[in-house]
Structures are given as C-alpha cells and as structure tokens.
Design a protein around this ligand. Structure first.
Ligand SMILES: NC(=O)c1ccc[n+]([C@@H]2O[C@H](COP(=O)([O-])OP(=O)(O)OC[C@H]3O[C@@H](n4cnc5c(N)ncnc54)[C@H](O)[C@@H]3O)[C@@H](O)[C@H]2O)c1
Ligand SMILES: O=P(O)(O)OC[C@H]1O[C@H](O[C@H]2[C@H](O)[C@@H](O)[C@@H](O)O[C@@H]2CO)[C@H](O)[C@@H](O)[C@@H]1O
Ligand SMILES: [Mn+2]
Length: 454
C-alpha cells in the first residue's frame, strides 16, 4: 500500500479547477496527508498565472507542504504517489471549434457529446498515453492516476486498448453533481444516498435512489415533472450552474422523464434524445466555451491579478462536488476504504447485456487495487440499444485514432445519434480535420473511388 504523507502531481496544473481541487485537498488533509503538491502543465504561462492562487490556498492551511510548478515531467512525477489528471488538450480555443463546427451543420455543439466529444477524443487519447508512460517511468511503482480529463469515456477506452495494465481510474463528477441536486430536493445530505446506475460516461441512467433503505425515486419523479432536477437555490449550491446553459440542462431532465419515466437520465442524454431542441437553443456565435471563457476562466484570472496587486485573494473559484469527489476517490484508493462510488470501469459482466470489455459507468467499491464493479444486471432493450450504438461510435473513434483510419472516424461520426446522416458526418469530420491539424493523428483513407489505396 502507498505510504502517507503523499506526493501528488496535478497534470493540467493550469486548469480552472486546480484551486478548487487544492482547496478540497486542504480541508481533507487529515484524511489524505500530503507532503508535496506539484503542478505540471505544458503551458507554463497559464500555469504560472494560476500558481500564486494555488500556493495561497495551500499556505492558508499548511506551512509544510512543498509546492512546485513545472513543465518538466521528471520534476513533476519523480516518486509521486498520486497524479490527478485534468488536461484539456487544445484548450478552450479548440473546445470552441468542437462546439461551433457541428452547430454550423445543425448538430449539437458540445464538449464531450456528439462530434465535439469525438474530436476532443482524437486530440486526447495519445497525450493521455504519453502521460501514463511518463508517470510509469518516474513515479512510485504503485502510483495511481485519477483522471478527470475528458472525454472520459473515450479516454478510458483508449487507455484500456493501449495501456491495459496502467493504474488509471477514470472518473466524472456528473453523477455526484446529480446526487447533490437529488439530495437538495429530498432534503437529505448527498452522502446519505445510495444509488444504482448503469451506462457509459455521460450516457446512463439512475435506476434507484435509496435513502435509509427506501427508494426515493418516486418522490424525485414528482419534483422533476415540475422543475427538472433543480432546486430553487441551485445557483447558490453551485454558482457555475446558474449559467443559463446549465439551468436548461438540469431542467431538460423533465421532458426526458416525461417520455421515459422509469429511470432518471444523466443530463447529457439531452444531446442524444432531443438534439433538435438543443440546436434550436444554441447560438452559433456564443457557445458554452464562450460562456466559460467569459465566466469561470475570466473570474479566476481576475482574482489572480487582484491577489498579485493587493495580496488579498477574492473568493473566485468554485469548491464543490468536483473537488470533493476526486479526494474521496483518492482516499479510497490510498487506504483501501472500499467506498461505493460511481466510476468508469471495465464492465466484466456488471451490465449483463453489454460487452464484457466495455468501459461502463456503474457503482463500484474502490479498493487499493482499483474499483470492483457492482452487478446491475441486464438492462432493457431500449437502453441496451442506445448504449450499444454510443459504445460503437466511441470504440470506432478509438480505433480510428490508433490506426489513423479516416473510414473508422467517419463510421464513428455517422453512428453517433446526434448526427442525422453520413453526409452530415463527412462534412463535419472534414472541417474538423482541418481545424485539428496541429492535434490529431493523420487520418488516412484506405479506399478511394471504390478501390483500395495502395
Ligand atoms: N470528468 C469530468 O467529469 C470533468 C469535470 C470537469 C472538468 N473536466 C475536464 O477537466 C479538464 C480541465 O478543464 P478546464 O475547464 O479547467 O480546462 P483548462 O483549459 O482551464 O485547463 C486544462 C489545462 O490542461 C493543460 N494541458 C493541455 N494539454 C496538456 C498536456 N498534454 N499535458 C499537461 N497539461 C496539458 C492546458 O494547458 C490547461 O492549462 C478538461 O479535460 C475537462 O473536460 C472533467
Ligand atoms: O461547461 P463546463 O466547462 O462548465 O462543464 C463541463 C463539465 O460538466 C460536468 O461537470 C460539472 C459538474 O456536473 C458540476 O457539478 C460542477 O462540478 O461543475 C462541473 C463543470 O461544470 C461534466 O461532468 C464534465 O465532464 C464536463 O467537463
Ligand atoms: Mn463528466
């Protein structure tokens, strides 16, 4: 087992989430003792802008933790016990392209869903593998990488194919954010909820919401029928979620459950089940990337500037379930706590009628050796079919990345439920190839004019 106090490296140190995660670590130092925090980023100027804020958060709680910022992998990972990964390959400028290119073709523009998610996957799989290799080379041989880097479903599948033995745990804060909202609606602390859930990342359903042995899903259904998965004070629980796009996302649980009331969907199913409505409400000139750059990012940079000028750190970053969840997961890995958390894991029969090796999102018990999935049984035909189509789209995207195959990328885009036709898929893919020239592996055509390319 890994011995505390731990050396933790954060890859994507310049992320807007870094101060919030570090704050979560600081309030949990007794549970997760730390000797060092190292920020690692390929964009040292972005990381250096944020670093003084992070250092201040640390120093408000500890004078002994060593703090380092670096773009050198050896300095970052030498002897590390944990690496939290939160890289955005291509940064917000490429997120903007991921959202705007599909939207120009009448297809939802989103960070991790639809063509945007596939494009982000093509950018991220190989850098993620590179990170794994660096960590394996320099870090403690039992080190864990806990990965938030999106698109988590595709990254998880890429890692399973390319580095099957790696100690990487892929996680997403969306289920726990949904549970926070459920708890607020039910008047119960989210930690008191025990949920059953099946699916892929950003593509799944809650089937039971247990509190003290009672399933409270019927009560949630009644609330959702009026308000969606949102309380009136949601903006206070998570300021980010007062942004119009997030309010709409949580409210859209209502129409989905109006049609399919049995299970409570992951909010991102809105992009697959009601793409026309999404497109009608998205703006070509101002997508979520713009909202984030003008909101979360701007606020953090302004706070860093003010701190530099005045020595006073404004309350400018969000400490919510995002930071709390990654620390919970790390504690369970570090001390073999066997806590029950929803994470992304190889299926191994947990969802009986999905492939054994699919990377699914289900409840797991997190041990020092990784997550043990809980059996969710067989899922209904409707959900199984939706899942199989999405899984195929994501798996083909991974194969396209590994093989450099244009045809497989086109198949991945065509199979995605957000994309209405092969012509849409091709037009979007071709524009994305041009936009991602600096990031994607080269995609070669095996066939041209009906003939195999020699
Ligand atoms: N899994 C989840 O549920 C979840 C939740 C929230 C955010 N995220 C993800 O967390 C990441 C960070 O989000 P953000 O909005 O703060 O982005 P951000 O752009 O503010 O930060 C990401 C950082 O990653 C750095 N980076 C890019 N490529 C890198 C590489 N190869 N090695 C090291 N660093 C690299 C960038 O320079 C940037 O500083 C994104 O991938 C986002 O999608 C995931
Ligand atoms: O549009 P963004 O950058 O604000 O968010 C995209 C991410 O959305 C989800 O994470 C939410 C989470 O649900 C919420 O509770 C809070 O912690 O904020 C997060 C960021 O908004 C999703 O799970 C991520 O994968 C997305 O990257
Ligand atoms: Mn997520």
């Amino acid at each position: 087992m890994l011995k505390p106090p731990f050396i933790l490296a954060i890859a994507g140190g310049g992320s807007t989430y870094t101060p919030g995660i570090v704050k979560s670590l600081m309030v949990r130092l007794e549970d997760f003792p730390l000797a060092e925090i190292r920020l690692y980023d390929i964009d040292s100027s972005r990381q250096d802008t944020i670093a003084p804020v992070v250092e201040k958060v640390i120093r408000d709680h500890s004078q002994t933790i060593t703090f380092t910022t670096t773009s050198d992998p050896e300095t970052a990972f030498r002897g590390a016990h944990f690496v939290f990964a939160q890289m955005r390959v291509g940064q917000y400028k490429m997120r903007e392209q991921d959202e705007k290119i599909p939207l120009r073709h009448g297809v939802p523009g989103q960070e991790t869903c639809g063509p945007g998610g596939l494009a982000y996957g093509l950018r991220t799989i190989l850098p993620m593998v590179e990170l794994i290799d660096l960590v394996e080379h320099y870090a403690d041989s039992n080190a864990w990488i806990v990965n938030y880097s999106n698109p988590a479903a595709i990254v998880a599948e890429g890692v399973r194919r390319l580095r099957p033995q790696a100690r990487v745990l892929n996680i997403c804060d969306m289920p726990v954010a949904a549970m926070r909202n459920m708890g607020a609606i039910l008047g119960v602390d989210r930690h008191k909820l025990e949920v059953d859930y099946f699916g892929l990342n950003h593509f799944g359903w809650f089937t039971r919401v247990m509190v003290d042995g009672e399933d409270r899903l019927p009560e949630l259904r009644r609330h959702i029928a009026k308000f969606g998965l949102l309380t009136e004070d949601a903006a206070q629980t998570d300021p980010q979620h007062s942004d119009p796009s997030w309010v709409k996302t949580w409210r859209n649980i209502q129409p989905i459950m109006e049609h399919f009331p049995e299970y409570l969907p992951n909010p991102y199913l809105q992009y697959y089940l009601m793409p026309n409505d999404i497109v009608a409400h998205q703006r070509l000139d101002y997508t979520r990337a713009n909202e984030v750059m003008d909101g979360r990012e701007k606020k953090l940079f302004a706070a860093a500037e003010e701190y530099k000028r005045t020595g006073i750190l404004p309350d400018a970053f969000h400490v919510g379930v995002h930071g709390a969840f990654i620390v919970d997961v790390a504690c369970s890995l570090a001390f073999d706590l066997r806590q029950r958390h929803l994470v992304i894991v190889e299926n191994k029969g947990a969802i009986a009628n999905l492939p054994y090796d699919a990377m699914v999102e289900v409840p797991t018990y997190i041990t020092a050796n990784g997550p043990e999935p809980v059996r969710m049984g067989a899922v209904p035909l409707f959900h199984q079919t939706l899942l199989m189509q999405q899984l195929a789209s994501e798996q083909l995207l991974v194969e396209a990345t590994i093989e450099g195959s244009y045809e497989k990328a086109l198949q991945a885009f065509t199979l995605n439920r957000t994309v209405p036709s092969m012509q849409h898929a091709k037009a979007i893919l071709d524009e994305m190839i041009a936009a991602n020239a600096a990031y994607w592996p080269e995609l070669k055509k095996a066939w041209q004019d009906g003939e195999a390319v020699k």
